[in-house]
Design a protein around this ligand. Structure first.
Ligand code: PLP
Length: 368
């Protein structure tokens, strides 16, 4: 019996770039320059240039990218930061690390991103920033968000952990707000062979501050201007990511092609397929369908062993035990709650074959 189609298969991609990657990693080892060397600098320059921004600062993870970006933006204890309840917890954790308060605003039922019509009502005198998350690779409605932010003098820090290369009206995600934060977790659209992250910005002061924060509050070795962190991307990761960056256009195109193939398979099935909002380019970090009897379908899929599937995310953040102190109750963010019962993510990676997509889609339709 063939094994179930996996959610991601990093092995096929590695085989395709094996020569380049192993030789680059060997070079790093031979150089013995492992931390903050030429490869990190090279990757920062390449990623800044890919996005058409002035600065990119590599850090140790996407979580750190958000944490340090918030710090650089001056977010402090007691400040409120508006974000989505329907995201990976790291988005909110970064806010909590600073003693600031995440203010969860319900999501739009189509994009699954922050519902921009509901943001203004959540702004108070304590609100200092908004973190839109471009969930699953679908850009959030940035025009509206920037408008609200301008009006309230709020910082906008984009969580682009799932949206590397995605576009909103011709602009790449991460370049619209003041700071854009990326994750290079291995399964991300641009993924390393370990943890990693990046912050991009056009603001020189913010970039300078980030360079210091990621390296013990220091610009000059053994002189420390503030208490900082050890949050550096290492040279091996930078070397791998630089190679993969050359292929990111092709990887994202293939994800989009695969999403189209899934959509075609599901036409007329009553399954709600992911939408790509007008004027945006979705990069399908996840291909997430929505169905009413999700749990039963998932169980049948698991039993059938034809395909893997995952629930991103089963519990919205405002109902997580970690955020019980916020005192938010069931029913307070109805769209996020409803969606968390309906979503089912199917296998998605560039190298997924048409045959695999057909198998997955058939299995899902049968399980329904
Ligand atoms: C939306 C979102 N934000 C933040 C993160 C945190 O990134 P990392 O795992 O690199 O710390 C992730 C991914 O894990 C994510 O999906």
């Amino acid at each position: 019996m063939t094994s179930p189609v996996p959610m991601v298969d990093l092995k096929i991609q590695f085989e395709a770039i094996r020569q380049e990657v192993t030789s680059a990693v060997l070079d790093v080892m031979e150089s013995t320059h492992f931390i903050l060397g030429p490869r990190v600098k090279g990757l920062e320059e390449a990623i800044a240039s890919y996005h058409g921004v002035k600065y990119a600062v590599a850090v140790a993870s996407g979580t750190d990218a958000l944490h340090l970006a918030l710090l650089a933006a001056g977010i402090k204890r007691g400040d409120e930061v508006i974000t989505s309840p329907f995201t990976f917890i790291a988005t909110a954790e970064a806010i909590s690390y600073l003693g600031a308060v995440p203010v969860f605003v319900d999501i739009d039922p189509q994009s699954l991103n922050l519902d921009v019509k509901k943001i203004a009502a959540a702004v108070t005198s304590k609100t200092k920033a908004i973190i839109p998350v471009h969930l699953f690779g679908q850009p959030a409605d940035m025009d509206e968000i920037m408008e609200i932010a301008k009006h309230g003098k709020l910082h906008v820090i984009e969580d682009c952990a799932q949206s590397f290369g995605a576009e909103y009206h011709g602009r790449k995600t991460g370049t619209i707000g003041e700071l854009g934060c990326f994750s290079f977790f291995p399964s991300k659209n641009l993924g390393g062979y370990g943890d990693g992250g990046m912050v991009i910005t056009d603001d020189r002061n913010l970039a300078d501050h980030l360079l210091s924060l990621r390296n013990h509050g220091s610009h000059v070795r053994y002189y420390h201007d503030e208490i900082g962190f050890n949050s550096r991307l290492d040279e091996i990761q930078a070397a791998v990511l630089h190679i993969k960056l050359k292929h990111i256009g092709e990887y994202n195109d293939k994800r989009r092609r695969n999403a189209k193939r899934y959509n075609a398979c599901f036409t007329g099935s009553g399954i709600r397929t992911p939408s790509e909002l007008r004027g945006t380019m979705h990069v399908f970090h996840q291909y997430t369908i929505r169905i009413n009897n999700r749990d039963a379908v998932k169980k049948r899929l698991d039993d059938g062993k034809v395909t893997s599937s995952m629930i991103y995310y089963p519990v919205p953040l405002h109902l997580q035990a970690a955020y019980r102190d916020l005192g938010m109750i069931q029913g307070s963010l109805p769209v996020a709650e409803q969606v968390s019962h309906e979503v089912l993510s199917l296998p998605m990676y560039p190298e997924l074959s048409e045959t695999q997509i057909n198998r997955v889609a058939d299995a899902v339709k049968q399980a329904l």
